[in-house]
Design a protein around this ligand. Structure first.
Ligand code: BGC
Length: 759
C-alpha cells in the first residue's frame, strides 16, 4: 500500500506542477482565445463551476454571508478550485499569499481574481461619486479613478465593482451617493470617464484594474426610493433614461458588468432575458463577464420568481449571469443541473470562457502576483501626489448654493473670531463617506482642522452642538455660547457616512436628528452663519435657504475634506461645482428631476397664487413644482453674464451641424470657472419628450472682466432617441435650444430639424 502510494503521490504532484508550468510557458504565444480553449478542455465540471463562484473575504462584509471565511475553510476551498476569486480583501502580502495557494496548490493553478468595492478612491479617499460629478470635470474624474486603480492594484486588487451607472431621480434612494445623478447624458459621460480611469489603456498593466459597471438595470428607479424595491417602467423609459450610461460604460471598455437586485417589469434583473440576453449580449454584443450582485441569484426565490436554489441557478445562468456572488448556488447546483440536462453545458462553458478570458486579460496567468507587490504598494498608497489630487477633486466638488451679501469668501478683517459648530465639524469618521472601508478613519482632515489651518491669525473655537442623530439638546447651550463670542459661525451639518449608500434610503430627507433645531438656536444669536451641508443625496434645505446667508454642499469629500472646504471658505479656491441632482423643496415632490415630461395641465406659476384657473392644474397646493436648487445650479464668488445667444442657422438637416454660441463674461472680481450648459427640447415627438435635456457643456476658466464666446456644435445625432416604434433615431420637427449657467436660468432660441431618413 505504502509503496504504491508514494510514487502515485509524487506523480500527482509532479503532474500538477508540470501542467501549470507547461500551461504558463508553452502557450503564451497563443491568442487569449486559444489559451482559454486549451485550459477549458482540461477542466472538470467541478472546476468549471468553481470558476463562477465569487466570495467575500474576511475583512469587510457588505451583505449576508454563506461561508465562514476562517482561513482554513477558505484556503481549502481555494485548493479545491471552488473559488474563482475573493473580494473586499486587500494588501499585497495577504493577496499574494492567497494567490500562491490558488496557483501552487490547486490542480490547474488558475489564479484568483481579487475584487473590491473601490468606489471613490482606495486609501486616499476622493469625494463620493455624486460629489465628484458636481465638478462636471471629466478629466479630474478620470484621474480620480486612475489613482484609485493605482492604489488598489498595488494592494493586490484586480477588479473593482464600480462605476455605478444608475440614473437616480429620487433623493430618498441612498445609493444616489454612489452614482452621477439624475441626468442620463451626464451620468453616461462620468461613467465612461471612470471606466477609462480604472482600466487605463491596458488591463494587464499592474497599475490598472478591471471595471464592473453596475447595477444592470434600472436599480435607481426603485419605487418610493426604497432600496432593492420593485421597478416597473416602460421600454421607452428604460432605453432613453436608464440604459445609456451602461452602453457608454461598455463602449468605454468596461470588462465586466453587475446585474441588479431589483425586478424589472416583473422579472428579476438577474434572470431577465430581455435585458441580459437580448439587449446586453445580442444588441450590444457585450463579451465580458456578468457578475451577479450579492446573492441576487438566491433572492429570486424571495421575489417569487424561482421556486428554489436550483431553479434560481438555472434561470440565472441561462440569462447570461456568469458569476455567482455570494450565493454559492452555481457551485452547489450547476453540476447537477448540467448532468441532468436541465442546463446545457454550453451555458456553463461560455460563462467559464468569459471568466478565464478576464483573468488572461488582467495578465494573471502570466504573472499571478502582478498585483501583489509590496514595494509598489508602499510607493503608491497615500502618496503625496494622490492626496493632492484628492484635495483638488474635493475643491472642485463643492457647490455654493447661497451667498447672500457676499458673506463668502471670509475676509481676515471681518472674521477675526470664528466659531465652528456642528456634529460634522470635527468628525473624522464621517468625512470619507459611504463605501470607503479601505480609507482608514484616522486619516481624513476634518473641517475644524482645515479651518484652523487656513484661518491665519483668526481665533477659532469649536462646539459639537449635538450628535448626528440624537434628539438631545444637552450640548446646545455650549454651542450657543460659543457662537455668541464669534464674529461668524461655520456650521458643519448633514448626513453621516452610513445615512446614505446601500440600504440607506430615507423617507425624510431633512437634516437628521435635531440638527435643524441646533441651526435655529445658533441663528437666534443673530450671528452670520455659513452652513457646510454634507450629504450623499439632495437634501430638503428649505428652512436653511430662507434663513441662512451662505450654504455650501460639501457631500462627503474624503481624505482632504477639511482642507478643501477651508480653501473655499477663505477664497483660495473659488467654487465651481454645479448640482448633478435637483434639490427639492419638500420630500413629497420626489421623484424630482429637471428633464421631466410635460403634462396636459402644466402649471408653472406660484402655488400660492389665488384664482380658480390653477385648481385643475398639475401642481401641489402647498409648494411650487420647481426645485429649490435646480439641476446644474451652483454659484461662484464672481458673477457671470450670459448674453447674445446666437444660432448659426434656424434649420438643421442630415449631415449638417448647427453652431450655438453665447457670450459669457466674468463680471465680478474673482478669476473663476463656469460650467456653460446647453439643453434642447424636442417640441413634438412620436412619444412625448422631456421639457429639457442636457446635450453639451463646457467648463471654462475666466479672468475678472474676461468675455468668451462659447460655441457648441449640435448635430442631428445629438437629438436622437428611442421613439414610438422603439427604433433609435431623430425625428424632424421644431426644437428649442437653451443655454445658461444651470437648467433653469437659460436663454433660448429655436430651430427646425428637417426631414431625412439618415442619421
Ligand atoms: C452591492 C454592490 C457591491 C456588492 C459587493 C452589494 O450589496 O449592491 O454594489 O458591489 O455588494 O460588496
Amino acid at each position: 500500500m505504502k509503496k504504491t502510494f508514494i510514487p502515485l503521490l509524487l506523480l500527482a504532484v509532479l503532474g500538477t506542477t508540470m501542467l501549470f508550468s507547461s500551461f504558463k510557458r508553452g502557450e503564451k504565444k497563443d491568442s487569449i482565445d486559444q489559451r482559454v480553449e486549451k485550459l477549458l478542455a482540461k477542466m472538470t465540471l467541478e472546476e468549471k463551476v468553481g470558476q463562477l463562484n465569487f466570495v467575500v473575504g474576511d475583512l469587510f462584509n457588505t451583505g449576508p454571508t454563506v461561508r465562514t471565511s476562517e482561513s482554513d475553510i477558505f484556503n481549502e476551498a481555494i485548493r479545491k478550485g471552488e473559488i474563482t476569486g475573493i473580494f473586499n480583501i486587500h494588501g499585497a502580502a495577504y493577496t499574494g499569499k492567497l494567490q500562491k495557494i490558488a496557483v501552487e496548490k490547486s490542480r490547474l493553478g488558475i489564479p484568483l481574481l481579487i475584487g473590491a468595492d473601490v468606489i471613490h478612491g482606495f486609501k486616499t479617499v476622493f469625494p463620493i461619486p455624486l460629489g465628484e460629478t458636481a465638478s462636471w470635470d471629466l478629466a479630474a474624474i478620470e484621474r480620480s479613478a486612475s489613482i484609485a486603480a493605482k492604489e488598489s492594484a498595488a494592494s493586490g486588487i484586480s477588479l473593482t465593482f464600480a462605476p455605478m451607472a444608475d440614473v437616480a431621480r429620487d433623493a430618498r434612494w441612498g445609493r444616489t451617493a454612489e452614482g452621477a445623478g439624475e441626468d442620463p447624458y451626464l451620468v453616461s459621460l462620468v461613467t465612461a470617464a471612470r471606466v477609462k480611469g480604472f482600466q487605463g489603456k491596458d488591463l494587464s498593466d499592474p497599475l490598472t484594474i478591471a471595471a464592473c459597471v453596475k447595477h444592470f438595470v434600472a436599480y435607481g428607479a426603485a419605487e418610493a426610493g426604497r432600496d432593492y424595491n420593485t421597478v416597473d417602467i416602460s421600454e421607452y423609459e428604460l432605453r432613453n433614461t436608464y440604459l445609456p450610461p451602461f452602453k457608454a460604460a461598455l463602449d468605454a471598455g468596461s470588462a465586466t458588468l453587475m446585474s441588479s437586485f431589483n425586478e424589472l417589469n416583473g422579472i428579476p434583473a438577474t434572470a431577465n432575458n430581455k435585458v441580459m440576453r437580448q439587449i446586453l449580449r445580442d444588441e450590444w454584443g457585450f463579451k465580458g463577464v456578468v457578475i451577479s450582485d450579492w446573492q441576487n441569484i438566491l433572492e429570486m426565490t424571495a421575489h417569487g420568481y424561482a421556486k428554489d436554489s436550483a431553479h434560481a441557478g438555472e434561470l440565472a445562468i441561462k440569462a447570461g449571469t456568469d458569476m455567482d456572488m455570494m450565493a454559492e448556488i452555481y457551485l452547489k447546483e450547476l453540476p447537477k443541473l448540467v448532468k441532468s440536462g436541465k442546463v446545457d453545458q454550453k451555458y456553463l462553458d461560455d460563462a467559464v470562457r468569459r471568466v478565464l478570458w478576464l483573468k488572461f486579460k488582467l495578465g494573471l496567468f502570466d504573472n499571478p502576483y502582478l498585483y501583489s507587490n509590496p514595494k509598489t504598494e508602499k510607493k503608491q498608497v497615500r502618496s503625496k501626489e494622490n492626496l493632492q489630487a484628492a484635495f483638488e477633486m474635493a475643491q472642485r466638488s463643492i457647490v455654493l448654493l447661497k451667498n447672500e451679501n457676499n458673506l463668502l469668501p471670509l475676509q481676515a478683517s471681518t472674521a477675526k473670531k470664528i466659531a465652528v459648530i456642528g456634529p460634522l465639524a470635527d468628525n473624522k469618521e464621517d468625512m470619507n463617506g459611504t463605501w470607503s472601508f479601505f480609507g482608514e478613519a484616522q486619516h481624513p482632515v476634518t473641517f475644524l482642522e482645515g479651518i484652523k489651518k487656513y484661518a491665519k491669525g483668526a481665533e477659532v473655537s469649536y462646539a459639537q452642538g449635538c450628535e448626528l442623530y440624537s434628539d438631545s439638546k444637552a450640548k446646545f447651550d455650549e454651542a450657543v455660547a460659543t457662537a455668541k463670542k464669534a464674529d461668524v459661525v461655520i456650521m458643519a451639518i448633514g448626513e453621516s457616512a452610513v445615512m446614505n449608500g446601500e440600504g440607506a434610503s430615507r423617507a425624510n430627507i431633512t437634516l437628521p436628528g435635531n440638527q435643524l433645531e441646533l441651526v435655529k438656536a445658533i441663528h437666534a444669536t443673530g450671528k452670520p452663519i455659513i452652513a457646510l451641508v454634507s450629504s450623499g443625496r439632495a437634501l430638503e434645505l428649505t428652512w436653511l435657504d430662507e434663513n441662512i446667508p451662505a450654504i455650501l454642499a460639501t457631500w462627503s469629500l474624503g481624505s482632504e475634506a477639511g482642507n478643501a472646504a477651508a480653501s473655499v471658505l477663505f477664497g483660495e479656491y473659488v467654487p465651481s461645482g454645479k448640482l448633478p441632482v435637483s434639490f427639492p423643496r419638500a420630500v413629497g415632490q420626489l421623484p424630482l428631476y429637471y428633464n421631466h415630461k410635460q403634462t396636459g395641465r402644466a402649471y408653472e406659476g406660484d402655488h400660492s397664487e389665488p384664482g380658480s384657473e390653477r385648481v385643475y392644474k398639475s401642481r401641489y397646493r402647498d409648494v411650487p413644482n420647481t426645485a429649490l436648487y435646480p439641476f446644474g445650479y451652483g454659484l461662484s464668488y464672481t458673477t457671470f453674464k450670459y448674453d447674445n445667444l446666437k444660432i448659426s442657422n434656424d434649420k438643421l438637416a442630415a449631415g449638417e451641424q448647427l453652431q450655438v454660441s453665447i457670450d459669457v463674461t466674468n463680471t465680478g472680481n474673482y478669476a473663476a470657472e463656469e460650467v456653460v450648459q446647453l439643453y434642447t427640447r424636442d417640441l413634438v415627438g412620436s412619444i412625448t419628450r422631456p421639457v429639457k435635456e442636457l446635450k453639451k457643456f463646457q467648463k471654462l476658466a475666466f479672468n475678472p472682466g474676461e468675455k468668451k464666446t462659447v460655441t457648441f456644435t449640435l448635430a442631428p445625432a445629438d437629438l436622437a432617441f428611442w421613439g414610438a416604434d422603439l427604433t433609435y433615431g431623430w425625428e424632424p420637427g421644431d426644437f428649442k435650444v437653451f443655454v445658461g449657467p444651470n437648467s433653469r436660468d437659460v436663454q433660448e432660441a429655436s430651430f427646425t430639424l428637417l426631414k431625412s431618413d439618415s442619421l
